[in-house]
Design a protein around this ligand. Structure first.
Ligand SMILES: [Zn+2]
Length: 121
């Protein structure tokens, strides 16, 4: 018995290729700490929208394994609005709040939520 349908397997292969392209496009560097970017972090992970965000770069950050499995999972330290602020700074090309919100099932994030994380040092 097949574990997943052919359609699902194809979709997952093409999502993997898009993620590899995304990593290359961003110089293989973690957007949080600058070390080797091994993981594509889904900002909307853990929500019912995960299947939607699988192939949607508007929901992605490039991260190292350590950041992806550590700080980025802590929603008190890295709330979704802060992650989107990082997205805005590090990957403005794929920053698209409308597309993000279409994949995000826990509410709707507005630019006013993100603005507080965009600070000038
Ligand atoms: Zn990192």
């Amino acid at each position: 018995m097949r574990r997943q349908s052919k359609k699902r397997a194809n979709r997952s292969r093409s999502a993997k290729a898009r993620r590899e392209n995304y990593r290359a496009e961003h110089g293989m560097k973690c957007m949080v700490c600058g070390s080797a970017g091994t993981d594509v972090h889904e900002i909307s992970s853990g929500t019912a929208g995960r299947p939607l965000s699988e192939g949607e770069p508007a929901t992605w950050l490039l991260a190292c394994w350590r950041c992806n499995c550590g700080p980025l999972t802590d929603k008190l330290e890295w709330p979704v609005a802060r992650q989107l602020a990082l997205k805005f700074i590090a990957d403005g090309k794929h920053f698209d709040l409308e597309r993000f919100n279409a994949c995000y099932t826990l509410g709707s994030v507005g630019m006013e939520d993100i603005r507080q994380w965009l600070t000038v040092r």
